[in-house]
Design a binder for this molecule. Sequence first.
Ligand code: HEC
Ligand code: HEC
Length: 304
Amino acid sequence: MSAFWSAYIIILSLGCLAFVIGVMVMAKSLKVTRDPDNTTGHDYDGIKEYDNPMPKWWQILYWAGVVFFIFYVLAYPALGSYKGFLGWTSVGEHDKDQAAYDAKYGPIYAAYAAKPIEELAHDAAAMKIAGRLFVNNCAACHGADARGAKGYPNLTDNDWLYGGEPAQILETITNGRAAVVGGSKMPAWGETLGEQGIKEVAAYVLTLSERRLSEADQKLAEAGEARFVVCAACHGADGRGMHALGAPNLTDTVWLYGGSKGTVEETIRHGRNGAMPAWEASLGKEKVHLLSAYVWSLSNGGKH
Ligand code: HEC
Ligand code: HEC
């Protein structure tokens, strides 16, 4: 806070205090011309006003308020940049709450972190906590039921981009799965293959999941088979994908982006670059471990 605004606040606050005290002192010493019968002389249709002093209890409350005000502005950071003799800060308050939280839940998370993921997945109490962590941190992309959406994988189907072993899930959540720096996950093939090439290889991809194609598309697919060599580097010669590269299995009926002819062509033409964020820095190792057990449990019959 700049010195100007600090002074501005101090002057406003103390000015207000001076005004409040001044009003009271003035009211006490003010001489109202009194009629002999202790009325003020005001007369409204025959109704007269007594000039009685303010009630004692009210005056006591008023002065107590003034004393409290003075104590408060000295004790707490109320006067500009003056910090108050109690040294209270909202950051300190938050840290205290956080420390109390850590003291209470730290040992619970530590105990969970010591359990292997497969075992933790069957601990109902742990999975309840993990479910809440999932809703708070993961549901925005994967859905509250973890079934995903276009571009966001379903985590309940036991079909994996990066592998469903506990260690692979842990790695995915810990470090995220973003494209290598500057690169793209699924390259764009529009320029290399041309429109005809895209149509052919897309038709071939559709045959991998035993899709029935029209006769015309079947012809395209036959021409596309030879083109699939360039895809095999990541998706494998049989099209079953590779966990190490996050290249999806193209032979099943589970689609990350969609299995319609148009969407598959679109994927091949422009490429895809889905990114799963890394969580270790924001959630910490223990919560990541707990969430890994939760994700594993979703397709391995754990408790949730
Ligand atoms: C900003 C969106 C976003 C958030 C938030 C997010 N994810 Fe993901 N996640 C993705 C995307 C996108 C992918 C797929 C990456 C790809 O296409 O290569 C993914 C992939 C995954 C995978 C790999 C699935 C597989 O088939 O191998 C797991 C496991 C996962 N996420 C778990 C989580 C968990 C647990 C959280 C919460 C801590 C989380 N995600 C939060 C976007 C997100
Ligand atoms: C450099 C490795 C690489 C090559 C080469 C590659 N892909 Fe991919 N492909 C990927 C990755 C990784 C993804 C997943 C992208 C993501 O998660 O965002 C993917 C996704 C796809 C998808 C989307 C699948 C779905 O479930 O929606 C299709 C279809 C596909 N690739 C077809 C092909 C075809 C056809 C070729 C060859 C012309 C090819 N890919 C070449 C790595 C590759």
